[in-house]
Write a protein that binds this ligand. Structure first.
Ligand code: KIV
Length: 258
């Protein structure tokens, strides 16, 4: 097992795992100093491309953004989402995961689902491809974007799926919008770290979409804390630039060549 992956697993019960998404080099460069894991999430479909769902994201799009992100990372573990319809069976999953690993030089891939994909996870891991799981709300397949784990059948399924992913060799599991007490139980019952998004502080780590955290993506959901209002800062900068150009005070002599 890669040293970097071992380091993440060893954080369980010791220190919280910090994780964010990045879709490009300059952002990854900023995150790298503070994060343990940087995820090239297929959330880029809605955040950057205005797709209705992540189901429209292609493998090539993920690869191109990941190549950019790779250039900005020196130390964090880099994980890339396998997009919808790229891991429908073991053969397809292995071919596409190998392509992602070799083209992007990432450290691991992330797949959504439990029992249905556990055999695929086993095969990827056997082929030295580290896998992060993803349970709870599954944007690639769920029709209903509500939090999970209130109903007893959901609770049992998520717990069972977490154990199956661990047994299959996943090194960590994202828990998206999982009810607080269930997140605590899952985190306690497995030996690999859980990374929560909308799943309380009972998880071993946290992840957010970077554009949400800085207030660039105009969404308002309960689990996002906006740490800045970057839209305001950017709006001011652009408005000042526009004023300067119109008033002919930009560019000045010092911005010009002679
Ligand atoms: O696609 C993504 O950004 C994700 C995170 C929200 C976990 O899967």
């Amino acid at each position: 097992m890669q040293q970097k992956i071992k380091k993440i697993i060893n954080k369980k019960n010791k220190s919280k795992i910090v994780s964010l998404t990045a879709y490009s080099k300059n952002i990854a460069t900023i995150l790298d100093d503070f994060c343990d894991i940087i995820l090239v999430g297929d959330s880029l479909g809605s955040v950057l491309y205005n797709y209705k769902s992540t189901r429209e994201v292609s493998l090539d799009t993920m690869i191109e953004h990941s190549k950019s992100v790779r250039m900005g990372i020196k130390k964090s573990l880099m994980v890339v989402d396998m997009p919808h319809n790229t891991y429908r069976n073991s053969k397809e999953a292995l071919k596409n995961a190998k392509k992602i690993m070799s083209k992007t030089k990432c450290d691991a891939v992330k797949l959504e689902g439990g029992k249905k994909i556990s055999q695929i996870v086993r095969i990827l891991v056997k082929n030295n491809i580290p896998v992060m799981g993803h349970l709870g709300l599954l944007p690639q397949s769920d029709k209903n974007f509500k939090f999970k784990g209130k109903k007893i059948f959901e609770k049992n399924k998520i717990l069972k799926d977490a154990k199956l992913l661990e047994t299959a060799g996943a090194f960590s599991i994202v828990l998206e919008c999982v009810e607080t007490s269930l997140a605590k139980i899952v985190t306690k019952k497995i030996d690999i770290p859980t990374i929560g998004i909308g799943s309380s502080n009972n998880c071993d780590g946290q992840i957010l979409v970077f554009d949400d955290l800085i207030g660039l993506n105009p969404i308002d959901v309960r689990f996002v804390k906006k740490y800045s209002n970057i839209r305001k800062v950017m709006t001011k900068a652009v408005s000042n630039y526009a004023k300067d150009v119109r008033k002919k005070v930009f560019p000045l002599k010092k911005h010009s060549y002679n």
